[in-house]
Design a protein around this ligand. Sequence first.
Ligand code: ACO
Length: 428
Amino acid sequence: MAEIATLNINGKSYELPIIEGTENEKAIDISKLRSETGLITIDPGFKNTGSTKSSITFLDGEKGILSYRGYPIDQLAEKSTFLEVSYLIIYGELPTEEQLADFTRRVQRRSLVHEDIKKILHSFPSNAHPMGVLSSLVTSFTAFYPGSLDPNRSAEAVDLSIVRILAKFPTLAAWTYNNQIGRQANYPDNRLDYIANFIKMMFAVPSEEYKVDPVVADALNKLLILHAEHEQNCSTSTVRLVGSSHASLYSSISAGISALWGPLHGGANQAVIEMLENIRKDGGGSKKYLEKAKDKNDPFRLMGFGHRVYKNFDPRAKIIKKAAHGVLKKLGVQDPVLEIASELEKAALEDQYFVDRKLYPNVDFYSGVIYRALGIPTEMFTVMFAMGRLPGWIAQWKEMRENNEPIGRPRQIYTGYNTRDYVEPSKR
Ligand code: ACO
């Protein structure tokens, strides 16, 4: 029998349906609350608000479970490729061999970027942050592909927009880095797979032979899979909210890139390495930084620690921590920052402040250490996250459109002045 919640307001009771997901998680459906009671709910930061029903990702923050379309991420990270996982997340099922070959071919064939977009890229100052550049370049797609503007046009047109952004983002990301270091843009080499192609565009020196290191490609493949989707986080909610006004896929993803950039979200991977570097320059002791993080008068937070939904551990962080040690060993890289990270993690996990608040290392705590070992510059870390998150943003946008969800428009409780009359400037 369907469960019901009863709400009592000033002696009058109202029945609210309880809905249940496929993993038995429950929610009180308040969609008719205002029309029936005149009241709204308030929940700053949406800490306790479900904005949608979704069949893409399941996560249980208490148990540390994360799966895409039912497949646990540890299995996908171990056995799959980023493009295969992208297909799974976007279209709902793992592809057959034939479907994967076709999808891969369609993505590869579109990896080139319009030369006029390259001109826009080159008009940015070379020291511009790549996240700002990429957010702008993705929006510029609306001008180059006007057929993408109407998300209701046709399923084929939407699919073409999806394939195009997946195909071109790595090229744009690599070119942004090439531009930063003053190197000419490396063009895609479509004989290579998605990850190897990106690595070559990032690092190849024109006129020199370049061989992609399989250790680097394998690590990047894993990292992108682990970042591919994470249900209704800040950037994904942004993508859905922007898309709910029937804005195009590209405008919605551009907004997602901007939301991801902030240090409390995807920008944390850059902030973690900068923090660890500062600790190293400061003599390496973690104690002082733990004290700063605990001091409520100090704005400093332990970057890479804490998560809105994971309160025992972040399952992605567990895999990434193991991978970080493995990658550094295989590449023969000795990075003092990894030792500082391990020491800081140990000290924080034994500290009552962090224990009481259930603060554990999140996905970003060790990912920066791996990116650094792979030779990826710090300012590009969040770009790697964005590249990984593309399939998640796309799938959530697609689901929201296919379910014909209404425009997102939260309400508020007004706390300003009551109505008052205009006063002439000379009388103020
Ligand atoms: N260092 C020190 N204290 C912290 C930290 C931290 N990293 N994170 C949370 N706290 C404390 C808060 O001060 C608060 O303490 P209080 O109850 O005494 O006031 C308590 O823990 C709860 O924190 P909130 O900010 O309310 O938790 P919320 O769920 O809103 O924030 C967030 C989650 C933003 C991730 C937060 O933990 C944080 O700022 N972490 C550092 C940034 C970071 O690593 N972000 C990446 C997240 S993963 C991702 O987006 C991909």
